[in-house]
Ligand binder design. Structure first.
Ligand SMILES: Cc1ncc(COP(=O)(O)O)c(C=O)c1O
Length: 349
């Protein structure tokens, strides 16, 4: 008798970007913010009392939802907290999709989606991005699928390109199931689908504290959506998905908007410089509204550039996948990290 479900045995599982333990490696592979979190985060962590650890945390992460609600102009009832955005993705699939029903997602986009679909035993409905040169576009009619769940990353990963809010609204209005707009990188982008979410009760937004707020190590994400839908999803979630330390730290981070926004501006300025330098070296890329760029390598050998840089202590991301094997994804680092990347690239390109 098989001990584990067949589709779990058959699944390859998610392969996260490498996380080297040393601090020498220039790490531009998993889109972390190069700047540290707000000092208020460390103060909040240091102020945690033994009594807060003895007791269970607030199950709904109330302090965080109230702070985030003030930032977004949204009632806390329209938010649900998670142990990272990834946990929300796995919970929403379990809540919305029966085994064998469809989950639609774009290719290429977040490489975790197909893994979650496979493990759940859902049917993958793969929709190909239209790519012409460096122009990426959602194909027409993505909403005309009978899938129960549609996952769209905006700004997209790994391309960094942005779809308009009007297009997102058209999709939300035309789709019969739940649409997740994965806004993991929204802090580096000029637009959000927040207003679309308010107008359509089938739209959920994914947000994370990992990127814009420099807290990838904390594991804290949240969903925004209609309270009725969130109430159902909450039943599937762990009872205490975010712990007392995480709630205090994430609350301090989102309250310090001035600091976070300062880091976003620095990253965006560096993104412009990095793209300019890469283009001068013959790389081609779509306009990025995120904290990374997807660069087509001169000569088309993405693997060689990835491996060459890795041997010199600079980690970037490369996938052996159709349509993107000639490209590498580079996280926008600090000016010093980007200089090191560029100088290593100049040595080999
Ligand atoms: C597109 C996208 N969505 C969601 C996430 C989840 O982020 P986290 O689980 O760190 O909150 C990531 C992280 O890399 C991502 O790239």
């Amino acid at each position: 008798m098989a001990l584990v479900r067949e589709n779990v045995v058959a699944a390859a599982g998610y392969v996260p970007g490498e996380q080297p333990a040393d601090s020498q490696t220039i790490k531009l592979n998993t889109n972390e913010n190069p700047y540290p979190p707000s000092e208020r985060v460390m103060e909040a962590i240091c102020a945690i009392t033994a009594e807060q650890l003895r007791r269970y945390p607030n199950p709904s992460g109330r302090a965080f939802r109230e702070a985030a609600g003030r930032v977004h102009g949204v009632d806390p009832e329209w938010m649900l907290t998670f142990n990272g955005g990834d946990e929300f993705l796995s919970v929403v699939i379990r809540a919305v999709v029966r085994e064998g029903e469809g989950v639609a997602y774009l290719e290429p986009s977040y490489s975790l989606y197909p893994v979650l679909v496979e493990v759940h035993g859902a049917k993958p409905v793969r929709l190909a991005y239209e790519m012409q040169g460096t122009t990426w576009q959602l194909p027409r009619g993505v909403e005309k699928t009978d899938a129960k769940l549609l996952l769209i990353v905006n700004p997209n990963a790994p391309s960094g390109h942005l779809e308009s809010v009007e297009r997102i609204e058209e999709i939300a209005a035309g789709f019969g199931g739940v649409v997740v707009i994965d806004e993991a990188y929204v802090d580096f982008s000029p637009v959000t689908a927040l207003e679309v979410m308010r107008r359509h009760n089938n739209v959920l937004l994914l947000r994370t504290m990992s990127k814009g707020y420099s807290l990838a190590g904390l594991r804290f994400g949240y969903a925004l959506g209609h309270p009725e839908l969130l109430r159902q999803i909450e039943k599937v979630r762990d009872s205490y998905p975010v712990d007392a330390i995480s709630i205090a730290a994430a609350t301090a981070a989102i309250e310090d908007q001035n600091y976070a926004r300062g880091t976003w501006e620095k990253v965006k300025a560096e993104r412009g410089r990095l793209m300019g330098e890469l283009k001068r070296m013959g790389f081609e890329m779509p306009e990025s509204q995120s904290n990374f760029v997807l660069a087509t390598v001169p000569g088309g050998n993405g693997r060689a550039v990835y491996e060459g840089l890795k041997a010199r202590g600079v980690l970037i991301r490369w996938w052996d996948l159709p349509r993107i094997a000639d490209k590498v994804r580079i996280t926008v680092g600090s000016p010093e990290q980007n200089d090191r990347l560029l100088s290593e690239l100049k040595k080999r390109v």
